[in-house]
Design a protein around this ligand. Structure first.
Ligand code: SAM
Length: 256
């Protein structure tokens, strides 16, 4: 494959805390504060909304490359658990702005990587940014991006040698049971293929206990499943260790 000269574009892998999670509570907080000057009980929701805005602003800064760089370190954690080498086809489910897909393509020069996402309105991510990022990294020919839902992946059974994903399954709103997209991930994996999936797998209301989740995956054809608690890593600040942030983060790694 010919080397493609990297284009001179900035890389934007985005932030797991969308700007609107700060802006919306900040506006509501200020509105309640203004009204609270006339009717004091509104100062209570004002304080609450302002606290939420501050919480997410700090979390966004901690995740960002210019702040705590926690987001990149969490992605690296997943990469640490990938096989030493991968050839053939790799799928990144819920690829966002392509961060993990691009890092996987850089790590596995002989692999063809596909990133899939539905790029809904909840997030500041897009296929256009993914493609720009891949081009900026000189990977245009080796990483491609497709629109589709993790609940019903647009690929035939057994299409991929390696399936990876970061922080997606708990988000999938078009699956009533958040474990169903995991079945999809296994479906598109070749027999003998490897999966390394990182998400809030310690959220029991969504995924059951780790043991139950491992048993469920085995029931769906996974041969070996490891459950690795990544939320305990020291570099993850306490501030973002709430259950719906990254306090319940874990990796499911195994083979089909
Ligand atoms: C926290 S972001 C993580 C993005 C990326 N994996 C990363 O690590 O930077 C969650 C991602 O899941 C995607 N997502 C949510 N529901 C999805 C669905 N049903 N199908 C595909 N992608 C979905 C969102 O669009 C978003 O890109």
């Amino acid at each position: 494959m010919t080397d493609i000269k990297p284009e001179n574009k900035p890389i934007d892998f985005g932030n797991w805390v969308p700007l609107k999670m700060i802006v919306v509570p900040a506006i509501l907080g200020l509105a309640c504060l203004g009204a609270g000057l006339r009717w004091w009980p509104l100062l209570i929701p004002a304080a609450l909304f302002c606290a939420i805005a501050v919480y997410f602003a700090v979390a966004r800064w901690l995740f960002s490359a210019r702040g705590g760089n926690v987001q990149d370190r969490i992605l690296e954690l997943l990469l640490e658990h990938l096989p030493a080498d991968a050839v053939g086809k790799v799928l990144d489910i819920g690829c966002g702005n392509g961060a993990l897909a691009i890092k996987a393509a850089q790590r596995f020069p002989k692999a063809a990587v596909t990133g899939v996402d539905f790029w809904g309105k909840s997030w500041d991510y897009s296929i256009k940014v993914c493609e720009g990022n891949a081009a900026a990294c000189g990977l245009s020919g080796r990483v491609d991006f497709r629109q589709g839902s993790a609940a019903s992946l647009p690929f035939a059974d057994g299409s991929f040698d390696l399936v990876i994903s970061n922080l997606v399954f708990h988000e999938v709103r078009d699956a009533a049971d958040k474990r169903e997209p995991l079945r999809e991930a296994l479906r598109v994996l070749k027999p003998g293929g490897v999966f390394v999936l990182q998400d809030l797998f310690l959220l029991e209301p969504y995924f059951g206990t780790p043991q139950e989740l491992q048993d469920t995956l085995r029931g769906w054809g996974a041969g070996r499943v490891e459950f690795i608690r990544t939320c305990d890593r020291e570099f993850i600040p306490k501030w973002v260790k709430l259950p719906f942030m990254v306090g319940t983060l874990a990796i499911l790694r195994g083979e089909r």
